[in-house]
Design a protein around this ligand. Structure first.
Ligand code: ATR
Length: 290
């Protein structure tokens, strides 16, 4: 890599940031395409977020990815945000357009792109259960609702948070049946009997081998069980689904496709998806993502 004064800077901003696999993914894509760019990880404490965002403009960077814990708080430091990011209430990509800082959210679209790629599955007319009601759940719910799902049931540990998501989204997507229920396996069982897709958006399954003990055997035989956790790639939830011969969908695809959509927003170039997937897998195998 030959870095000069002309090299354009991209990166990811989070706290902590030590094990992110995004630099491997993006720098491999940059190298394969022969672009004069570099993608760097920046560890920024919440108290320094505003100053760091100003630096995008000051240093003439092309843009940044934003990750935990800054996706929501970063919104107030931006000049504009896309309709999708406003609805979700969170930003995972900033684009520097001639000094104007614009926030986007590619999480939900990336999730749908990976489902389509792996299973040819579209959510139009489907019944979907989402576990969790945080930022990731909002991003995915927005994309699914926009695609025309029949029903979206949000099962969350804190019922009021799920109810608030359902209420907001119901008013924006009146054609989708939104419902909030508590994250209780007996309550969820009746919903799972008629569910095409179950998505875990909670961090349960990450690091420690735990799961939410969902009654997966109640699901139709052709249903898909999906987990946005990618480290480990096969969470306990997915392992149990596979044992029941249900189709499984890991978080790797969403990681790759949200990155590819970010890349396109910054460069205008279609990202080399397979190159990025291989790079992410390699970085994960070396202990990244944790
Ligand atoms: P993200 O942006 O990754 O979605 P978040 O906004 O902090 O992160 O949301 C995390 C989600 O996972 C929430 O729905 C949270 O439930 P609460 O609203 O009740 O906090 C859920 N979650 C986190 N840890 C959990 C656990 N141990 N069991 C069940 N749900 C959990």
């Amino acid at each position: 890599m030959n870095i000069t004064a002309k090299t354009k800077i991209l990166g990811i901003l989070g706290y902590p940031i030590g094990h992110t696999v995004s630099p491997s993914m993006h720098n491999t894509a940059i190298k394969v395409l022969g672009l004069d760019m570099v993608y760097l990880p920046f560890e920024v404490k919440p108290s320094n977020l505003g100053e760091a965002v100003k630096g995008i403009r000051g240093l003439g960077m092309l843009g940044l990815n934003i990750t935990i814990p800054h996706k929501i708080t970063v919104v107030k430091f931006l000049d504009r945000i896309s309709d999708e990011a406003r609805l979700i209430g969170a930003v995972n990509v900033i684009v520097n357009k001639n000094g104007l800082l614009i926030g986007h959210n590619t999480d939900g679209k990336g999730y749908l792109a990976s489902l389509k790629e792996e299973y040819g599955f579209t959510t139009k007319g489907k019944n979907i259960v989402i576990l969790g009601a945080g930022g990731a759940a909002r991003g995915i719910a927005a994309a699914i609702a926009r695609e025309g799902a029949r029903s979206i049931t949000v099962a969350n540990r804190t019922l009021s948070r799920g109810a608030s998501l359902a209420k907001t989204f119901k008013s924006i997507f009146p054609h989708v049946r939104f419902e909030a229920i508590s994250l209780n396996k007996d309550t969820i069982k009746a919903y799972l009997e008629d569910t095409h897709l179950l998505i875990n958006t909670t961090p349960v399954g990450m690091k420690v081998n735990k799961d939410l003990k969902m009654p997966l055997s109640a699901m139709p035989k052709d249903a898909i069980v999906s987990d946005i956790v990618y480290a480990p790639m096969e969470t306990l939830l997915l392992k149990k689904a596979a044992q029941l011969r249900l189709a499984t969908h890991s978080g790797l695809g969403m990681l790759v496709h949200q990155g590819a959509l970010s890349f396109k927003l910054w460069t205008g170039i279609d990202a080399p998806i397979e190159v990025m997937r291989k790079a992410a897998l390699k970085a994960l195998k070396m202990g990244g993502g944790r």
